[in-house]
Write a protein that binds this ligand. Structure first.
Ligand code: ARG
Length: 291
């Protein structure tokens, strides 16, 4: 629950102005503010604890969310903290296992989830029946990673069948994709709580492959120094988009977060954060400021 002090330079000046305004308007009281200027009125919202945005995350899914030197870092972390700042809220991070976050947020155990959560895509997930999602903020897809030294012959999921064990994280769209597509081929699935453990087991040759979000697998390979041993051999287009997650009881907070997210995209802050975590990758047009 450490609080993050570092903040992107570009966001600072703009955020300070907004915080000052938001504080004066006491957003917690549900007053919503809507201070001056005739701009879009701010949606009214409440949080569990006044002035605080409790955000749950696994915090072990780089480059989206992880802990470095005691500080929460990552693309989702920076975006969530930017949203908090613009709503006049201090972000408090709550660590949670991925497969528990949906029932927990539905039961109002925290205000928001930021965990590279897929809100729409080709892979079925019943989570949308019990939670609410923000507008999308990142486009993603699945992938197959293998140990290229142990199994240089496995180049795609078509090469997997009887006798192969594939690792998936509990509660994820990757698990759903593997159940739909690999189990019918005779592949056996092994479920894990943490992504880092899947990669450790793949490095050790205990599993044949991992089905996981492509950017999350790329992040794990880098963070765990597995380049040259473990590689992504096949991206799998599942058209997934990530969103922040809210309780269906708190549509005001979701609306306020959506408004902040739209501003973050429109003023170029999104672009700055994106380029920090995905250097050399072009920001998709839908997340660029519109003319
Ligand atoms: N995007 C996938 C899903 O929503 C996987 C997310 C895994 N996130 C994590 N923090 N481990 O199911």
């Amino acid at each position: 629950m450490a609080r993050r002090k570092a903040r992107l330079l570009t966001g600072v000046l703009f955020s300070l102005v907004l915080v000052a305004g938001a504080c004066a308007d006491e957003p917690e009281a549900g007053g919503g503010g809507g201070g001056g200027g005739g701009a879009t009125p701010e949606p009214e919202f409440t949080t569990l604890e006044e002035g605080v945005l409790q955000v749950a995350s696994c915090l072990d899914f780089p480059p989206f969310e992880s802990v470095e030197g005691g500080d929460e870092v990552g693309f989702d972390v920076d975006l969530a903290e930017e949203i908090g700042t613009r709503l006049g809220l201090e972000v408090e991070w709550v660590r949670a296992d991925f497969d528990t976050v949906f029932t927990a947020i539905a039961a109002n155990q925290f205000d928001m989830v930021a965990a590279a959560v897929t809100s729409t895509g080709d892979v079925g997930a019943e989570r949308d029946q019990i939670v609410d999602f923000s507008d999308p903020y990142y486009n993603s897809r699945q992938s197959l990673a293998v140990n290229v030294q142990e199994t240089p012959d496995v180049a795609s999921t078509a090469d997997l069948g009887e006798g192969h064990v594939v690792a998936v994280q509990r509660g994820t769209t990757g698990k759903a994709w593997a159940e739909d597509n690999l189990v019918p081929q005779g592949v056996q699935l092994q479920t894990f709580q943490a992504v880092s453990d899947m990669f450790r087991d793949l490095e050790a040759g205990n599993v044949t492959g991992i089905i996981n979000d492509e950017p999350g697998s790329a992040g794990a390979i880098e963070a765990q120094g597995l380049e040259g041993t473990v590689e992504i051999v096949e991206p799998i287009d599942t058209n997934e988009k990530y969103s922040f997650v809210f309780s269906q009881d708190n549509t005001g907070l979701r609306d306020a977060a959506n408004q902040a997210l739209a501003e973050i995209i429109q003023d170029g802050t999104y672009q700055t954060i994106f380029e920090q975590y995905f250097p050399g990758v072009e920001v998709p047009p839908e997340y660029q400021p519109s003319a």
